[in-house]
Ligand binder design. Structure first.
Ligand code: G6P
Length: 576
């Protein structure tokens, strides 16, 4: 909302920036006099234009379906019976079915299958007895689940936002007031932001007012300044964010190599903990596994790892001396937030390694470390993963007071990645040999096992080719049954204690007709294709992921898919 009257276009522009969060349908509502005008579409925003007229107040949403299929009716914003209240929502209203039944009894008409639609109808019902803000507050207070809403009311000049789950950030700019689920949607207009906390409601009008829920007590609020730059959220000379972010990796690693004090301080905390756990989701979990190997190998410290979504079922043994270290690019993943909340109730301490200042996980942590990788926009995580590996390596070395050694290794890894990126055409050529394959297997041992898992994830999530990573030693216990003539197998064979055994596994695959792509410091007669990764101790492990990211990227282009927005996925998953 603001001085400017092209609010609809500004919202559309903002939604494009946020599309990585969900992109199956989208919609915008703007206030026109005392009415709302709404436009909704199914599919990605792409080059869409909107036809809504000018206004100073509006709201928009890009959806990742949870309740109800991908249809125009299910796209947000959702409205009340009189089309006076427009609501956009992230999260899940767990008690929506019972609320919907009651509202239907009272005569409300529903047109979507979503849980969201109960909220505008609840507000409509409460407006019969009280004002806009109180209606939003009282409607919110009866909901179960973790949710965030932005509400526009046709007869009000205020926008109200409220949350107890998914993120919301308010931006105060020269040209108006903004609210978004991610700060990167706002940096075009302002760097001065306020991150709404759970159980807070903000009324954006002449003078923004912050209230605490359920009661509604007024709260003071202060702004934080975000230092991300606009160039960082645009593609520049690159065709896709994924390749741009792959190329940014050496810079990210060099920066982390210089952050000895901040990282060393967290290292001290880890040293003193009794029971240390790394948790994360997706790529962050695979980074956590690598972390456990780094800690064992370099610091001789045992660290447990679990996918964050499983940690809830495995945390009965936590105590007030335990330390949970959450890894998360966005800092918002609900599967990570929930077990942290539970761990907190047991008095355990929380440390976080995230990429987003002010994010939920960042805020709830006792010890906070930022990755400083800059905004990552491609759904498939690349530079944030490499940043996590780099931080974990520094942490592991810091335990032995050898952080300088870690910096040296990282600087060499950055140089090696630069060299690999100069030979990008070789990797493109090798990827062509995979263009008609149905399955790709990756094997590694030790640290490289975690890389095999992450490499397989990269390939499958963007190219939709079935890819699986295995521990080399596990191959003969089942997966080798899948190998037949020309089955591609990527073998990760760095110059470490795993080399001999992983090459034996490669020979086993080769003997069954498999086609081997070897990533190693030296060529071998077993390899059909060879990608050289120079030997730089654990640094070679970090460089090793880059060809795998590039194979995933080029395979996706060969298949003519969009690497930045793979089907069914969203970058930041704030629902369970
Ligand atoms: C989603 C993304 C993955 C990501 C995971 C964890 O599933 O699609 O790419 O690894 O969330 O995200 P986080 O922001 O917590 O690292």
């Amino acid at each position: 909302m603001g001085k400017s009257t092209n609010t609809g276009e500004m919202i559309l522009d903002g939604l494009k920036t946020l599309e990585y969060r969900g992109y199956d349908s989208w919609g915008i509502a703007i206030k026109k006099g005392n009415k709302l005008e709404v436009e909704k579409k199914v599919g990605k925003i792409g080059d869409s234009k909107i036809t809504l007229g000018n206004s100073e107040i509006g709201v928009g949403h890009t959806r990742w379906a949870t309740h109800g299929g991908v249809t125009v009716e299910n796209a947000h914003p959702h409205l009340d019976c009189k089309n006076q209240i427009a609501v956009v929502h992230n999260g899940i209203i767990e008690n929506f079915e019972e609320l919907k039944k009651e509202l239907i009894k009272k005569g409300h008409k529903f047109i979507s299958e979503t849980d969201t639609e109960v909220f505008p109808h609840l507000i409509e019902e409460n407006l019969k007895k009280e004002g806009f803000a109180s209606s939003v507050r009282d409607s919110f207070n009866v909901l179960k689940g973790l949710n965030a809403f932005v509400v526009v009311y046709a007869v009000s000049k205020e926008i109200i936002a409220v949350k107890n789950g998914s993120p919301l950030v308010v931006g105060l700019g020269k040209d108006g007031l903004f609210i978004s689920s991610d700060s990167i949607g706002l940096i075009k207009y302002t760097r001065d932001m306020f991150f709404l906390k759970d159980n807070q409601m903000i009324i954006l009008g002449e003078k923004p007012e912050l209230l605490e829920l359920p009661g509604g007590t007024k709260l003071p609020f202060s702004l934080e300044r975000i230092d991300w730059k606009i160039e960082e959220v645009s593609m520049g000379k690159y065709k896709h964010f994924m390749i741009k972010e792959i190329f940014e990796q050496p810079k990210v690693i060099r920066k982390i190599a210089s952050e000895k004090d901040e990282i060393g301080a967290l290292g001290k905390v880890i040293k003193n903990s009794r029971g240390t756990f790394f948790i994360g989701a997706g790529t962050a979990y695979y980074a956590a596994i690598a972390g456990a190997y780094f800690f064992s190998k370099i610091a001789q410290k045992h660290v447990n790892t679990q996918p964050a979504s499983e940690f809830n079922y495995l945390e009965d043994f936590l105590t007030d001396e335990s330390l949970i270290i959450a890894l998360s690019q966005s800092g918002e993943t609900i599967d990570v937030v929930e077990p942290l909340q539970r761990a907190k109730t047991k008095g355990s301490k929380i440390a976080s390694i995230t990429n987003v200042l002010g994010s939920t996980i960042y805020r709830m942590s006792d010890y906070k470390l930022l990755l400083n990788a800059g905004p990552e926009k491609a759904v498939a995580s690349t530079k944030a993963y490499v940043a996590k590996l780099s931080v974990l390596l520094m942490l592991a070395y810091s335990m032995n007071s050898e952080i300088d050694k870690a910096s040296e290794v990282l600087l060499k890894a950055a140089d090696e990645i630069d060299r690999l990126l100069e030979h990008i055409e070789d990797i493109k050529r090798i990827t062509k040999s995979l263009s008609h394959t149905r399955d790709i297997y990756l094997i590694g041992r030790g640290l490289s096992y975690s890389l095999a898992l992450e490499g397989a994830m990269k390939i499958k999530e963007v190219s939709y080719v079935h890819a699986e990573g295995f521990a080399g030693g596990e191959l003969k216990h089942g997966p080798i049954a899948l190998i037949s003539k020309n089955t591609p197998c990527i073998v990760l064979a760095p110059n470490d204690e795993t080399y001999g055994a992983i090459m034996s596994n490669a020979a086993e695959v080769k003997a069954r007709g498999g086609m081997i792509i070897g990533l190693s410091y030296q060529n071998s007669s077993l390899f059909d294709h060879f990608i050289e990764i120079k030997d730089i101790q654990e640094g070679s492990i970090i460089a090793q992921i880059v060809p795998l990211q590039l194979i995933a990227y080029f395979l996706t282009l060969l298949k003519k898919y969009d690497p930045d927005k793979p089907r069914n996925l969203a970058k930041s998953v704030t629902v369970k």
